[in-house]
Design a protein. Structure first.
Length: 179
């Protein structure tokens, strides 16, 4: 009786240990992230959602969509789509796709802008334009998959649109989840 009881305890212990290892592996193999820009949402209200796919430990790509929920505010963009690619430079390879990164982005955006008097509504004109730029940032990921990210970047408007701004800003404090 003691031998069979000991045998069952050993088998149960093996199953419990096997499940713990599987959970750790699945945490390391999460390849998708969704994030929301916190500063713009609180100040705007401007909603910016981001999806990022983790291709490898050092390289990811994704896209952001921005929607200005109050077009009467002073923010020049009412809508934008921004695909990007990121290269990570982290010290530890524990999770991958976190730490300091450099990002290249392309941006299509539209809105209202007035180059001389940007705060006067009657001088603002509608525009649609594209831009290319670079960003720098840092990302933190905790053990349960929550993500915090700081991002700052600048881009140059392409083409000869007279109504669009010459440069675009990309930045926010993003909060999200890796799954």
């Amino acid at each position: 009786m003691k031998k069979t009881f000991l045998f069952y305890i050993l088998i149960l212990n093996c199953f419990c240990y096997g499940q713990d290892t599987a959970n750790k592996k699945s945490l390391l193999n999460r390849k998708n992230e969704v994030k929301i820009g916190g500063i713009k949402l609180l100040a705007g209200p401007i909603f910016e959602g981001t999806y990022e796919y983790i291709y490898s430990k050092d390289f990811t790509f994704g896209g952001s969509a921005l929607l200005n929920l109050n077009t009467g505010n002073d923010y020049s963009e009412d809508f934008s789509l921004t695909p990007f690619a990121r290269f990570y430079f982290q010290e530890s390879k524990e999770y991958g796709a976190y730490g300091f990164f450099v990002e290249g982005f392309a941006k299509y955006f539209s809105g209202k802008y007035g180059a001389i008097y940007i705060y006067e509504e009657e001088n603002k004109k509608k525009f649609s334009a594209a831009a290319l730029g670079l960003s720098l940032g840092k990302k933190w990921v905790n053990n349960s998959g929550f993500v915090f990210e700081i991002l700052v970047g600048l881009g140059r408007t392409l083409g000869s649109s007279n109504n669009a701004p010459d440069a675009v800003f990309r930045g926010d404090l993003n909060i999200g989840y890796r799954f």
